[in-house]
Design a protein around this ligand. Structure first.
Ligand SMILES: [Zn+2]
Ligand SMILES: [Zn+2]
Length: 196
């Protein structure tokens, strides 16, 4: 599972997206993420958003803070990453470290309107194809949250849990990111997010 954290300060909707990879991630993983980010902005009809890769150094200090705040070595307390310290751009961070929220290992954490951290840590032992597929799904799901899903206004086919508000349709925004696509109401809300 993954979780959504409330945020107070939000970026302008059409802000650049900075994608940051831990150096250990390979080129196919990077490409899978970059393609997914582009695809989600296209679905939201926000193709004017610029998407670019940025060096890991940019978040090194933030990662170190997350590692220090964790009780176990090599594990990252994502809550300690200070909401990614974004300044005028969305941040999508992809790391190998297992990430934790409290005691729970999660695939990702999203801060709506700011960015997300995605971990491949839980999938390290999985076959390559499965890892690629799950990485794409998690990326699309977390970006969905970053871009306002599930919207406040939405009351039908939703579920609320400690992980946040999710869709119960056949949709990538369901709690487990089961499907590979956004359902119609989620797609509409994604488009509406960038129109506002
Ligand atoms: Zn979610
Ligand atoms: Zn949906």
């Amino acid at each position: 599972m993954e979780i959504v954290r409330r945020t107070t300060n939000k970026l302008a909707k059409i802000s650049p997206i900075h994608v940051i990879f831990q150096p250990e991630l390979d080129s196919l993983e990077r490409r899978a993420v970059m393609q997914t980010v582009a695809s989600v902005t296209r679905i939201g009809r926000a193709s004017e958003i610029t998407i670019a890769e940025y060096p890991f150094d940019d978040i090194q200090r933030s990662i170190e803070a997350g590692l220090r705040a964790s009780s176990a070595e090599g594990k990252l307390n994502a809550e300690a990453m200070l909401q990614l310290q974004t300044q005028g751009h969305y941040k999508v961070v992809v790391i190998r470290y297992p990430i934790y929220s409290g005691d729970q290992e999660v695939f990702g954490i999203a801060w709506p309107g700011l960015g997300a951290i995605i971990s491949t840590g839980k999938l390290d032992m999985a076959p390559y194809e499965l890892r690629q597929r799950e990485l794409k799904k998690t990326t699309a799901h977390e970006l969905g949250h970053v871009f306002g899903l599930i919207s406040e206004a939405r009351t039908d086919n939703i579920t609320m849990s400690s992980g946040g508000k999710h869709c119960t349709n056949q949709c990538i925004m369901d709690e487990l990111a089961t499907y590979t696509y956004f359902c119609e109401p989620c797609t509409k809300d994604l488009i509406a997010y960038f129109k506002k």
